[in-house]
Design a protein around this ligand. Structure first.
Ligand SMILES: [Zn+2]
Length: 323
């Protein structure tokens, strides 16, 4: 019998001076504009390296993880935010989820389902549209904050040239909130480790929520200015481990003044466990279980973290009998 414990994750070093793995909310003074900046270091590298994704896939999954951290950090209560894409292309599905627990820290994880052969036909640098396919897919956002709160689900067509563009459409269509955002995931020039960063600005609702936003000339100018400044962030700045988010935000908005709020911390943890998967196996009958046995063991793989748990048929039967 083999008892496979979770493999120790590779811990990629981040410089001590960096403030990676956090989401920083901010507000620009004198404008009805709020935003969120995200920086993911070590953890995004761990999540992406658990699978051998081609780089273009790792990049868009990293962007989806960044978006999920951004959205998850908005939750005021414990719960789970899930962002999922489904499409007809070689990247048929991506999913990322963020679980907020009592300590306020967000647990992030994610994976992509890909058809590597199909993807290879798109060349070395497939576009986002190529990866998700020409037939329209969708991006779904689900917010689950326990039994006391109503489960929320929003859906938007997977049209656009990037994850950020799809997210922007989502905010415009589902929430009628003018939103501009950037999401970046790339390898560090020096270490080769994956890093990710994102920034979002939104125009705050004035007056009645849910009404179509009509920006007057003055607010339109402010909004244009806030979004143009946001778009001016360089990729290097978004990912630089030595440039903390506060400094980045100050660089962008010091002329207007920017107020930053307490950050939400994010880490990578998968919710799978041996006990959980064993419980799943106990639901199958003997015939079904015997069909799963290969070389005397039943192997169950967690798609998120790619950990394989091995069980003997006897182990499962005993667990089922004790239930
Ligand atoms: Zn797992």
């Amino acid at each position: 019998m083999t008892d496979t414990e979770k493999t120790t994750p590779i811990v990629t070093p981040d410089p001590d001076s960096s403030r990676d793995n956090e989401v920083r909310p901010f507000q620009i003074e004198g404008m009805d504009v709020r935003g969120r900046a995200v920086r993911l270091g070590t953890m995004v590298d761990q999540i992406l390296k658990a699978h051998a994704y081609p780089d273009p896939v790792a990049k868009i999954l990293g962007e989806l993880l960044t978006l999920t951290a951004m959205l998850g950090s908005i939750m005021k209560f414990d719960g789970i935010v899930t962002v999922q894409t489904k499409s007809s292309g070689p990247v048929s599905m991506m999913v990322a989820d963020y679980e907020r627990r009592e300590d306020g820290i967000g647990r992030l994880r994610g994976y992509a389902d890909i058809d590597a052969d199909k993807l290879a036909t798109y060349g070395k640098n497939p576009s986002f549209k190529g990866m998700i396919g020409s037939k329209s897919g969708y991006l779904a956002l689900t917010i689950d904050q326990g039994e006391e709160m109503e489960r929320y689900q929003g859906i938007v067509d997977l049209t656009g040239g990037s994850v950020a563009e799809v997210a922007r459409n989502y905010f415009m269509n589902s929430e009628q909130t003018p939103t501009e955002l950037r999401l970046i995931c790339d390898r560090d020039n020096v270490t080769g480790f994956w890093r990710a960063g994102g920034i979002m600005v939104q125009h705050l609702a004035r007056g009645e929520e849910g009404q179509e936003r009509i920006l007057d000339r003055e607010t339109q100018e402010q909004w244009d200015r806030a979004s143009i400044l946001m778009q001016s962030v360089k990729t290097d700045e978004m990912l630089d481990p030595l440039l903390d988010l506060d400094t980045l935000l100050y660089r962008l908005y010091n002329e207007d003044g920017v107020r930053v709020f307490d950050p939400s911390r994010v880490m990578h943890t998968c919710r799978c466990s041996r006990e959980r998967l064993q419980t799943v196996l106990t639901q199958f009958d003997d015939t079904e279980l015997s069909e799963m046995v290969i070389n005397g063991s039943i192997d169950v793989n967690c798609q998120f973290c790619n950990t394989t748990y091995q069980f003997t048929p006897d182990e499962v039967k005993t667990a089922a009998a004790n239930n």
